[in-house]
Design a protein. Structure first.
Length: 141
């Protein structure tokens, strides 16, 4: 299996470390780029500012509650752009509110996962995301 590139949009250091740890435990060879707010996410994806050489991700893990632009805004920008809209976006967030879930799918999120609070459950959730998106599913190239 070839290496996959994941963009993790997350401002919580603990969740960043857990996500990276889960990928290290998996069979998936992944390069993970991390940005910590909505502005950096958009600069990364549109290859602006300090991200002019940023590599296009195969998958985006996007938190809703991030600084500057929230995840809903970032998702809307991604899915509204012809060159980005095919990249699968998984909302990976602490929110389990129906309002957030409905808005995410209205803006064409590919999946919505509420972050488990327990560390082991969080790692299992990341491993299931990996299994589905990188072993079972076919991603656009």
């Amino acid at each position: 299996m070839e290496q996959v590139h994941i963009l993790l949009v997350e401002d919580n250091e603990g969740d960043i470390l857990l996500t990276k740890e889960a990928f290290e435990e998996s069979k998936i060879i992944a390069e993970i780029s991390v940005v910590k707010n909505g502005a950096e996410a958009l600069d990364f994806l549109f290859q602006r500012e300090s991200f002019k050489e940023a590599k296009r991700p195969d998958l985006i893990l996007l938190d809703i509650n991030i600084p500057i632009y929230d995840g809903h805004y970032v998702l809307k920008q991604i899915k509204g752009d012809k060159s980005l809209k095919k990249i699968p976006v998984i909302m990976l967030t602490t929110s389990s509110s129906n309002k957030d879930i409905n808005l995410a799918f209205e803006n064409h999120s590919n999946s919505y996962v509420s972050k488990p609070i327990d560390m082991n459950d969080f790692i299992r959730a990341i491993l299931k995301i990996q299994e589905f998106w990188f072993q079972l599913s076919k991603l656009p190239k």
